[in-house]
Design a protein around this ligand. Sequence first.
Ligand SMILES: Cc1ncc(COP(=O)(O)O)c(C=O)c1O
Length: 339
Amino acid sequence: MTNSIITYPESLALAQLPTPLQPLDRLSTQFSGPRIWVKRDDLTGCALSGNKIRKLEFTLARALAQGCDTLITCGGVQSNHCRATAILGARLGLKVHLILRDEELDGNQQATAADGNLFLDYLAGAEVSIYPKAEFQARQRELFEHWSQHYAAQGHKAYLIPTGASDATGIWGYIRCIAELIGDFKQADIHPSSIIHATGSGGTQAGLSLGCALHQLDAQVLGIAVCDNAAYFQRKVMADISAWQNRYEVTSLPESLSVQVNDDFIGPGYSKADPEVFATIKKVAALEGILLDPVYTGKAFYGMLTLIEQGYFAAARDIVFVHTGGLFGLFAQREQLSF
Ligand SMILES: Cc1ncc(COP(=O)(O)O)c(C=O)c1O
C-alpha cells in the first residue's frame, strides 16, 4: 500500500476539518530551540473537540453499516472519548451506554461529581455505569457482554467500541490526518522533523506512525506516554496495526514504519499530574492562548518542552505538536490551579 493506492473505508463527516496548523512564536523564542507548531485538533468541534472525532468518523460509519442502533464504550470518568461518543450518539440518534472507571471510587463511596466530561455525558443523555477501578479492570470484557445482551434483549443492536476507539478501524482517523498535515506543511513551506503528541490508548500513535509510512512523510512521530510504559505502547500500537492489516487485508507493512514512545513524563500516573504540568498549562494559556489539559496534552506538552531544553530536537528547524483536545478534563481538576 503506497500513497497513491490508499483506499480508505467508508467514514462519516463529523469533525470540522482541516484543523489549523499554527506557529507558537512567543513560546518558541523563549525556548530558543526549533519553531513549535500546533496542529489544532482541539478545534475539531466545540463539545466535539479532540482526537477522538477523527477516529469515530470511521468507527461510527462501521457501526451504522452493521445496522447498530446502540453504542457501548468505556474509559475513565473523565474520558474525552466517552464524551465524544455520547455527543455523537445524540447527533446521530443512537443510544449510548458508557462503562466508566473511577480511579478514586471504592465500594462504599458516592460516585465522582458530574464535572467536566462526565457532566457532558449526562447532558448528552448517555446511560452511565460507573465502577471502581479494580472492578472495572477485572470485569471489563464481562461488562461489555452484559450490557450488550441487556440491549439485545430489548431489541437493540449494540456496537462495542474499545477504549479510545483505538483499534483496527479507529487507526484510519490519524492515517488520514497525515495526508492533511502534508498539505499544511506544503502551505506553510516547512519540513518538520518531528510530530509529537500524547499517547493514552495508542490509536493516535498507531495512525500517525502508520500514516507517515504509508504517505511517505519523512518525520519522526513521538508519542509521549501519559499512563503505561514505552514497552506497553510498542506492543499495543503494533497489535492495533496488525489488527488493521487483518481487517483491511493489507499484506505487508511499509519498511519505514517505526513506533517511538517516550515514557519519561507519566509522573504520578494516569490523570494525575505534577505541579510542573500545571505550570506549563498556565504558561501556554497566558502566552499563546492555547488551552491544555492535565491528563493528556499538558503532560505531553511539558514533556516536549523539557526535551527541547535537553537538546533532543537540537537539529530541528520545525516541530509539530498535535493538540488532541481534552479541555473539559481541566475543569475537573481546577483546584490544582491557583491564581
Ligand atoms: C485529549 C486526549 N489526548 C490524547 C489522547 C491519547 O490518544 P490515544 O488514546 O489515541 O492514545 C486522548 C485519549 O486517550 C485524549 O483524550
